[in-house]
Design a protein around this ligand. Structure first.
Ligand code: NAD
Length: 384
């Protein structure tokens, strides 16, 4: 099979869908790998390294005309969808639940679209394919590094002849994949770490990494389905904010990672809480997006300093800021999912299989992924 890797075009995207190690494995399995010239540049992987791993470096036009499967990180733009042809397969983080119109355009082009961000994450056989987890892991690590960089003092307790530096007080809000990595990273740097989440099971997980779990009186366990949190009621939300406000003022660094699937991120750090922080404190809002984030004052993809001297950093694509590490993990996830579909040298779609049903978004000119189809009118799904 001919498997192709495009050069990403989304602003600030520096990751690449396959790295030399993954190319070597797919080539050894008998596939031909085509890579668009310059695809690895953002991740500091020169074309020569991709060729040395067994890939053929080609121009964009050759790639689209020859490929059976096109691999990418971000969803294709309308222009890129125009370059795909009927029967081709495209795989990536396509965000069909955020942008169902893009899925509709792929269905119209009779392209089979496979998305890693709708993978059923609780199946143990799907763990190697879980790009949301691998990228959240990168993001949790990088958020702490950014916070430490922006913080004008030490994270660890340091005793020197010139005096003693106190350890930083760090609060992690949201103890999912990113939050757990943030706790571990802040602890490795020597900070005193507190953590909080609405899912009761996270207490033990946070404590096992050396964090002190913050227990709020106002919110009962809010575990939802599939390992995620449920959305809080209005009353719970207000009570949670008020109680959190009291803790935030005494923190040097706050890192927020809280998400609820399909909903806008919960507001956890109010403007009043930020005003209560000391000058020099740092907040990283990892949930920042055009829809809003966990921090009332955060501005997506910008860093602001408030009147009372708190710095608020709101990166929307942290994995892309660590492109080598993030691409290495992503390439593993993508290769595992691609291999799942290949039978006797061809892509085979068995919709009774949970991984196939969860990740194949469009097929045979239709939007076949139920949750995506629900977001579109019948005519748009390709059914009318
Ligand atoms: P996520 O990105 O959806 O959310 C991050 C965290 O924010 C979650 O822990 C959530 O509980 C928390 N949160 C939501 N609302 C909140 C609020 N109002 N206040 C405080 N915290 C709030 O989650 P994720 O990291 O993608 O995954 C969540 C969990 O799913 C993980 O902890 C993991 O255990 C589980 N998971 C399981 C598997 C598996 O079983 N193989 C794979 C991946 C993830």
């Amino acid at each position: 099979m001919k498997v192709a890797v495009v050069r990403e075009t989304a602003p600030n995207e520096r990751r690449v869908a396959l790295v030399p190690e993954a190319i070597g494995k797919l080539t050894a399995a008998g596939h031909e790998i085509l890579v668009q010239a310059g695809a690895g540049i953002g991740a500091a992987i020169p074309d020569a390294d991709l060729s040395a791993a067994g890939a053929r470096v080609v121009a964009e036009a050759v790639l689209y005309s020859e490929a059976d499967v096109v691999l990418r990180v971000q969803k294709p733009t309308p222009e890129e969808i125009g370059k795909l042809h009927a029967g081709q397969v495209v795989m990536g983080l396509l965000q069909p639940l955020i942008d169902p119109q893009n899925a509709q355009a792929l269905a119209r082009a009779r392209v089979t679209a496979i998305s890693l961000d709708t993978l059923p994450r609780t199946l143990s056989r799907a763990q190697t394919m879980d790009a949301l987890s691998s990228q959240a892991n990168v993001a949790g690590y990088k958020a702490v590094i950014m916070a430490a960089d922006a913080f004008g003092r030490y994270f660890p307790l340091l005793t020197t002849a010139a005096g003693t530096a106190k350890p930083a007080n760090v609060l992690i809000l949201g103890v999912g994949v990113a939050g757990l990595q943030a706790i571990a990273t802040a602890r490795r740097l020597g900070a005193l770490v507190k953590a909080y989440d609405v899912r009761a099971e996270t207490k033990e997980q946070a404590e096992s990494l050396g964090a002190q779990f913050l227990k709020l009186e106002s919110v009962a366990d809010a575990t939802g389905t599939g390992g995620y949190a449920r959305e809080l009621t209005d009353d719970e939300r207000k009570a949670q904010q008020q109680e959190l406000d009291k803790h935030i003022g005494s923190m040097d660094v706050v890192i927020t990672t809280a998400q609820v699937p399909g909903r806008r991120p919960p507001l956890l750090v109010t403007a009043a809480a930020v005003r209560s922080m000391k000058a020099g404190s740092v907040i990283v809002d990892m949930a920042a997006s055009a829809l809003g984030g966990n921090v009332e004052l955060s501005v997506p993809d910008d860093t602001i300093v408030t009147e009372n001297g708190a710095t608020i950093i709101a990166p929307t694509n942290l994995p892309a800021t660590m492109p080598g590490g993030a691409s290495g993990f992503y390439a593993r996830n993508l290769s595992a999912l691609l291999t799942h579909f290949i039978k006797d040298g061809k892509m085979l779609f068995d919709f009774d299989d949970e991984i196939t049903a969860g990740t194949v978004i469009t097929h045979d000119g239709k939007v076949v992924h139920p949750a995506t189809a629900e977001l579109l009118a019948p005519a748009q799904r390709g059914e009318a």
